[in-house]
Design a protein around this ligand. Structure first.
Ligand code: MOS
Length: 750
């Protein structure tokens, strides 16, 4: 790597497998989540959800609820504080174009499950009971919740969502080339609606501090987003609202945007001038964000050797009536494959639902699944091995970005190392040709791809005269290992042991970072922390050089290394000063630096940045029962420098498990007559459990990238992409049945 990150010249901690520094706090219960913070004057809010999906509230009768002893108040659109929602146009940091959902705004019902009242009581159980007594009368209209019903009204979103690349203009003539191609494949693909369902349900605890000041504990992937939201929606000064969220019990994107429980808890706290907590129930986790439905058609025209001659990917994604949610669904084939005639289109169709949201690798999970099954179909059609087919059409440039080079793309290594580890060479290509006793065996593979991003991010480093270092910013630790990797980077940057480093995250009193999402936190906060530590290092170095008879006198900063708590001359380690001595000599108790990490403009104008994977899976299928066991997964990942192989591996494992969910289990089923999700609980919405998981092998291939000084590309999302397609492809290999609609459940397979 040419741009080495470390001021020490050695990587002591970075790159080594480290257990989570927050692990002990999590397993002992010391780590507190949004609903666990409390206050002596705490009241509890319980949400009453709309029973209809579309229409108007004609009457709300809360008298019986208010008569229950212990009930403090029932808030509805009729009696809420009118100063809220004054700023109608406020959009949070990751909002798509439109008007974000406003709870208790008026009598209109926009979707099933919409909050219509908040019952506040002295304890949770009383609030929950009283909520059952709130009577709501509606004028009901017929909702439209099936995207197939409004496909004809689909439109190209007039306003682009921030940060989301719209499909590129077509090149060549995809339709003519398709018509002339010797091999023509055109199929529809569909992924079920999925809900994030993190273990920790959404919750907000608002502590009223008096004098119009609040401390808010919110389930959010970035506290700055909640702070700005509260300040704007309630017309408060940011300084009057401190938002904290040191830990998340999973987010997967559901916690990127402030959700209605935050608004309701703040509304109640302001109204009552006391502290209020609102926790959503598991079934209420189906009343906001989800991975949207998309109708997709992939058309591949190819020569008889599988060389692509035409490529079309057309998708219509669902959104709400109030926002144009957009994600990158159709661009991926153009990023991955070389083809002279390409057309990629993406439209939206409005439904009477809440706005969908980002869910782990949003858009890529949806689009890559379709493309990677289509490529497998082409492999069988042409008799070309699936890996050979991908190599034949391998692209060395990003055609969707005008042919820009990739900063790095070690996907070929992923194919090679993944195939080797999996034993792909032993596969017999014929469907139904492999068996293990009474089970059919299927081997399938697919490519994964995700954007590698970095965001403008600030961080602080504080070194105190006892030799302890504290680093941090407002970023959310969404369970990925952010505390750990930042401590590793900080420790190496100042040559301190990891035990002497404390990381603080998720607190708006710290320098601002964007929401933790898009797999950009390691690159963004990692670089910002490194820069802040370097800045501290430079300041300590000045003190060290100014010491009387300093062994570092006349030595340049570039010639010293920081290691073992000391600053030493690189080529003469006998000349050194400890950080503590230098600070004492300079009379400094603390040295503080705040620095910003900014995406590298020069790099970004020259290169496109993606992470890649090759996913290999083995399924064993009992044909009589239609039961699919996923007995082996090998996921080979190219994601630049791996800061911590242990937490990195965990990210991939989690992504793969979620991909198994997409492929085989997860499906939020809508009753279109009611516009309501039917299986809104974890009993009926199936996610993989331990018994569904066999062997998952993760490989990180070597990849050098220069998008940021750390060489990091981010890992939170790439593990899920490609996994579902690989499974569907293995199911075809085992059974000869092509599954294009996920999840692959017993009924579809039999
Ligand atoms: Mo991720 S879907 O950006 O939390």
């Amino acid at each position: 790597m040419t741009q080495h990150f470390s001021t020490t010249g050695h990587d002591t901690f970075v790159g080594s497998p480290r257990s989570r520094v927050d692990g002990p706090a999590k397993v002992t219960g010391l780590a507190k989540y949004a609903a666990e913070f409390t206050a002596s004057d705490l009241a509890h809010g319980y949400v009453v959800s709309s029973a209809i999906a579309k229409g108007r509230i004609t009457r709300i009768d809360a008298r019986a609820a208010e008569a229950v002893p212990g009930v403090v108040k029932v808030l509805t659109h009729e009696n809420r504080d009118r100063t809220a929602w004054l700023d109608y146009n406020y959009q949070d940091a990751v909002a798509p174009p439109g008007s974000p959902f406003r709870a208790l705004y008026d009598d209109a019902i926009l979707y099933s499950g919409q909050p219509v009242a908040l019952v506040i009581a002295e304890d949770f159980e009383t609030a929950r009971y009283a909520a059952t007594l709130v009577r709501v009368k509606y004028d009901t209209e017929t909702p439209v919740t099936d995207v197939r019903q409004v496909e004809d009204e689909a439109y190209v979103p007039p306003k682009k969502r921030n940060g989301i690349k719209p499909p590129p203009k077509p090149w060549g003539d995809a339709d003519a080339a398709f018509d002339n191609a010797p091999i023509q494949l055109r199929q529809d693909y569909r992924l079920a609606i999925e809900h994030h369902n993190p273990m920790e349900p959404h919750a907000s605890t608002v502590v009223y501090e008096g004098d119009g000041k609040y401390t808010v504990y919110d389930k959010i992937q970035g506290v700055s987003n909640s702070q700005a939201y509260i300040a704007s929606v309630f017309g408060l000064k940011k300084d009057d609202v401190r938002v904290m969220n040191p830990y998340l019990g999973g987010g997967f994107g559901s916690g990127l945007r402030p959700q209605y429980q935050l608004f309701l808890a703040m509304l109640a706290a302001r109204d009552l001038k006391r502290s209020v907590r609102v926790v959503l129930t598991r079934d209420q986790m189906w009343t906001f964000s989800y991975r949207p439905d998309a109708l997709q058609t992939v058309s591949l025209g190819a020569d008889r050797d599988g060389g692509l001659q035409a490529l079309r990917h057309d998708a219509t994604g669902a959104t709400s009536h109030f926002e144009d949610y957009q994600e990158v669904v159709v661009n991926w084939a153009g990023v991955l494959y070389k083809c002279d005639n390409v057309a990629l289109t993406y439209k939206l169709a409005k439904l009477d639902t809440h706005t969908p949201s980002d869910m782990r690798a949003p858009g890529a999970v949806t689009g890559v699944f379709a493309i990677e099954i289509a490529m497998d179909e082409l492999a069988y059609e042409t008799g070309v091995d699936p890996i050979a087919l991908r190599l034949r059409n391998y692209s060395d440039v990003d055609a969707t970005a005008g042919g820009k080079l990739f900063g790095s793309k070690a996907l070929k290594s992923c194919f090679e190392q993944g195939a080797e580890r999996f034993g792909w060479a032993k596969r017999t290509p014929e469907p139904r040709s492999m068996r293990d006793g009474r089970e059919l065996v299927g081997w399938g593979m697919a490519t994964g791809v995700w954007e590698s991003m970095m965001m403008q991010t600030n961080a602080r480093a504080v070194l105190t005269a006892d030799g302890k270092l504290e680093v941090g910013n407002t970023a959310g630790e969404i369970g990925t290992g952010t505390y750990t990797i930042l401590a590793q980077i900080a420790a190496d940057s100042l040559g301190l042991p990891m035990e002497d480093v404390t990381t603080k995250l998720g607190d708006t009193s710290l320098p601002e970072a964007p929401v933790s999402g898009g797999s950009w936190t390691a690159a963004s906060s990692g670089t910002a922390v490194m820069k802040a530590c370097r800045s501290v290092a430079a300041q300590v170095f000045v003190l060290a050089r100014q010491m009387e008879a300093s062994p570092l006198a006349n030595v340049d900063f570039e010639r010293v290394v920081f290691a073992d708590g000391r600053i030493a001359v690189a080529d003469d380690p006998s000349r050194s000063v400890s950080l503590v001595e230098a600070m004492r000599a300079g009379g400094m108790d603390r040295i503080e630096a705040v620095e910003s990490a900014t995406p590298d403009k020069d790099f970004n104008s020259a290169y496109e940045a993606y992470t890649h994977s090759a996913v290999f899976v083995e399924v064993k299928i009992d044909e009589e029962l239609g039961q699919v066991r996923l007995t082996r997964v090998v996921s080979a990942i190219a994601a630049g420098k791996i800061l911590n192989p242990k937490t990195a591996r965990s990210q991939i494992l989690g992504g793969v498990v979620m991909g198994i969910g997409s492929a085989l289990e997860e499906e939020s089923m809508m009753d279109h007559r009611l516009g309501r999700f039917m299986n809104h609980n974890l009993g009926e919405y199936h996610v993989p459990v331990n018994a569904d998981i066999y062997d998952i092998d993760v490989i990180f291939v070597d990849e050098e990238d220069k998008a940021n000084p750390l060489g990091v590309k981010g890992l939170g999302e790439i593990g899920i992409v490609g996994t579902a397609a690989a499974i569907a492809n293995a199911v075809f290999h085992a059974t000869g049945k092509r599954m294009r609609h996920l999840p692959i459940t017993v009924d579809k397979l039999l």
